[in-house]
Design a protein. Structure first.
Length: 168
């Protein structure tokens, strides 16, 4: 699933209703109860939604799409792919902890990555979706960190390090 950049000037992404929205799950293998709760949400979403938006910080951290090969990430991707196979559109947006989540995981999950912010139209409503960390403008240290870590060359340099080092 491919999604193009969405801005108010470019128009909204049309989304079937009902749509569900979640964020900040901070999934990690060390918190199996959170994963079990998420699995129950997906079971309900399969019956009651047409679209699921995951608006950032889906994982506690994500240091590159090689993580998609881990048993935990593969399990989560399979859960999302199963939801997508049942006709629910799945969308992912980066958060401040998983901004390196990439196309490899999105493809494995049957999901589309969305830019932050994204404008959607659902149930005759235009809605702006954002993880929201870009609005933390009073936190100057974080905003400086965010500006640096979103630079493509900084990300490429970081991603060129061995996974074991990035995980530390």
């Amino acid at each position: 699933m491919t999604v193009t950049q969405s801005t108010p000037a470019a128009g909204a992404l049309a989304v079937p209703a009902p749509a569900w929205f979640i964020s900040d799950l901070h999934l990690t293998a060390e918190m199996p109860r959170t994963l079990a709760s998420f699995e129950r949400v997906l079971e309900r979403a399969a019956q009651g939604s047409r679209a699921l938006f995951i608006l950032g910080d889906f994982f506690e951290f994500w240091v590159g799409d090689e993580e998609a090969d881990s048993p935990f990430a593969a399990q989560v991707a399979a859960m999302l792919r199963q939801l997508a196979s049942r006709g629910v559109q799945v969308y992912l947006m980066h958060g401040n902890r998983d901004f390196l989540l990439g196309q490899r995981f999105a493809r494995a999950a049957g999901a589309a990555l969305l830019p932050d912010p994204t404008v959607i139209e659902c149930a005759d409503q235009r809605v702006v979706l954002s993880h929201g960390d870009m609005l933390c403008t009073d936190d100057e240290r974080y905003m400086k960190f965010r500006r640096w870590t979103r630079k493509r060359w900084v990300q490429r340099a970081f991603l060129s390090l061995p996974l074991t080092l990035r995980l530390r």
